[in-house]
Design a protein around this ligand. Structure first.
Ligand SMILES: [Fe+2]
Ligand SMILES: [Fe+2]
Length: 587
């Protein structure tokens, strides 16, 4: 895949050969096209030259030049041939990765989970020759209310509400929610050894591709099996098998790929290496000096630089074209618990109806178009020993019925996204499927969207990653700066790893699916998490972070563990402004 195709691939689009030539021959055009795509332009899966013209990015005359084999075309040819299609040294597994990715691109990009917008093409699920990406699950309508990949035309109604009162701003626009990536119910890992092998192969391949794309130093790198005989500086990418501290205080990392393994020494004397967090099973790039066997354990690489996928540069947040709409984010409602904060939740509902009583003005409540609930919707049954004595509602169906009743009090114009957590009635291992249909029937709202954990979706063009956040239980043991008091640091680590749960085999359970659904392939604009019952707003390289609070006061278990929740809060994001994010709380 060349650079142009790769850049469009990130936006879940492909290029026709003519459009490719035009882009290749017009300096800066790809940048302008990316800006248009980031702003939610309604473009089909395959972008042709006519679409570039429709967008006003090129003139008809430009097209003629490109078609006619003039200067633009010759430039384009030069550009394309100047850039090697494949790194010279990339062979073995690396080559295989490139070939696989190219094959995927021509048939079905793995992160294209939406129906091509207005293209007249068949849905992607019909294009995909096999369902190795779980596309069937992705492309289905989970609740029947989700409009997957179909851009809803904005409907503007200026009519008044009951009693001649002006309608809330959010009621004037239809919801525009698209599921971008959601493994759905089609999770089929059986827990066999081969399933785990496939999971880690996929993790390695996906993250390797991201590293190669992002860092020029890794664009032509070795397979570990080919390092023997290499001279001087080498670059390669591996998955971490183990990390230990040597008796001299250096860190020794064992890295492997499909061709072999190698020891990598991170010297304590290199300050830039000292601050790099490395955990088992993450995928990292290394540039360093290779030394053949030293008689004490074979070959070794002395690392100069460690490359993590991370968020490269500063992410530019997408914005809604509609002025004034906002989204509210919270988590951990825990209905059914004796500690559930019913009064506070109802006051929040009243604020969403445009009444005062919160730290933000009452009119802001009428701007909320989306409410995102990031897991632990109910308290559940049997989630921890002796939970029964903490329960007000001891029947799981009745817990969901209570939640359904509570959500039915919300204004009808709000689209509600429900992501499960470890207290909900789904399997514990992640990714967790959406709430099963028998529980969905406990709800009567027409604007509910039951998604998986994690889920990637867009709201009025702004991309959101929702993950309940149970991997924080592992991250607090791995990193000094990640604590239960300050879990938002854990969210930053997830973005650095571009994986919601990078370490395998600890407290958080992962299901061995064919695809590693916990990889953060696309950088979200907003990342919401929960689980810890703390509240926080932050920004990491342009990604807005929301730690989702809770609607449950301190439990006996939390008291015993000295965990202090910060309940009854929400993060409010103004969708049309790139930086506007506020804390909501009762006054
Ligand atoms: Fe919770
Ligand atoms: Fe939780």
């Amino acid at each position: 895949m060349d650079d142009l195709a790769r850049r469009l691939f990130r936006h879940q689009r492909l290029l026709s050969p003519e459009a490719h030539n035009t882009l290749a021959g017009t300096p800066g055009l790809i940048d302008r096209l990316e800006i248009v795509l980031e702003n939610g332009a309604d473009l089909p899966l395959v972008i042709d030259r006519s679409h570039l013209e429709d967008l006003g990015l090129i003139k008809v005359a430009d097209l003629g030049m490109a078609q006619g084999g003039g200067l633009l075309e010759s430039k384009s040819t030069d550009k394309m041939t100047d850039k090697p299609s494949q790194p010279e040294r990339l062979k073995g597994v690396g080559k295989e990765v490139m070939e696989v990715k190219e094959a995927e691109t021509t048939s079905a990009p793995n992160n294209v989970n939406i129906k091509p917008l207005g293209s007249g093409l068949p849905p992607l699920k019909d294009v995909v020759s096999d369902d190795k990406f779980g596309m069937t699950g992705i492309a289905r309508s989970i609740s029947g209310a989700i409009r997957i990949g179909e851009k809803t035309p904005v409907k503007i109604s200026r009519s008044s509400g009951p009693g001649g009162k002006p309608r809330p701003l959010a009621a004037e626009y239809e919801g525009e929610l698209k599921v971008l990536k959601d493994p759905g119910e089609n999770m089929g890992g059986q827990g066999k050894i081969d399933d785990f092998r496939k999971l880690f192969m996929d993790r390695y391949r996906s993250l390797r591709e991201m590293l190669v794309t992002q860092y020029g130093a890794l664009s032509s790198c070795y397979d570990i099996g080919d390092l023997r005989g290499a001279e001087d500086a080498v670059g390669f990418i591996g998955i971490v098998e183990s990390v230990r501290t040597t008796k001299n205080g250096h860190r020794m990392v064992m890295l492997e790929d499909m061709t072999g393994g190698i020891r990598v020494l991170l010297s304590k004397n290199k300050r830039e290496l000292g601050s790099v967090n490395i955990v088992n099973d993450e995928v990292v790039g290394v540039v360093g000096k290779y030394k053949s066997g030293d008689g004490r354990g074979g070959p070794i690489v002395f690392a100069d630089t460690i490359y993590k996928v991370d968020v490269p540069g500063h992410h530019r947040r997408r914005i809604s074209e509609i002025k004034g709409l906002s989204a509210a984010f919270t988590s951990d409602i825990h209905i059914g618990s004796r500690m559930y904060l019913d009064k506070e939740w109802k006051r929040m509902t009243r604020w969403l109806k445009g009444e005062s009583g919160a730290s933000l003005p009452a009119k802001d409540g009428s701007r909320i178009k989306y409410l995102v609930l990031a897991g632990d919707l109910v308290d559940g049954i049997g989630t921890y020993p002796d939970q029964e004595k903490d329960l007000e509602i001891k029947d799981i169906f009745k817990q969901y019925e209570a939640l359904g009743e509570s959500l039915s009090l919300l204004p009808d114009h709000i689209e509600v996204v429900l992501i499960p957590g470890n207290h909900d009635a789904v399997r514990l291992a992640e990714p967790q499927p959406p709430l099963p249909r028998e529980y969905q029937e406990c709800f009567s709202n027409s604007h509910l969207h039951f998604l998986s954990n994690p889920a990637f979706f867009s709201i009025h063009g702004v991309h959101v990653a929702g993950y309940h956040g149970k991997s924080i239980d592992d991250l607090v043991t791995l990193f000094r700066d990640v604590t239960y008091e300050n879990p938002i640091e854990g969210m930053k680590e997830m973005l650095r790893f571009r994986h919601f749960s990078p370490a395998y085999g600890m407290r958080n359970q992962l299901s061995p699916e064919e695809r590693d659904c916990l990889i953060i392939e696309e950088i979200p604009d907003i990342f919401v998490s929960g689980h810890v019952h703390r509240f926080g707003l932050d920004n990491y390289k342009g990604v807005q972070l929301i730690e989702g609070s809770a609607w449950q006061s301190q439990t006996p278990f939390q008291k015993m563990m000295n965990l202090k929740p910060q309940p009854g809060k929400m993060g409010i994001v103004e969708l049309d402004l790139p930086d506007a994010m506020h804390a909501w709380e009762l006054t």
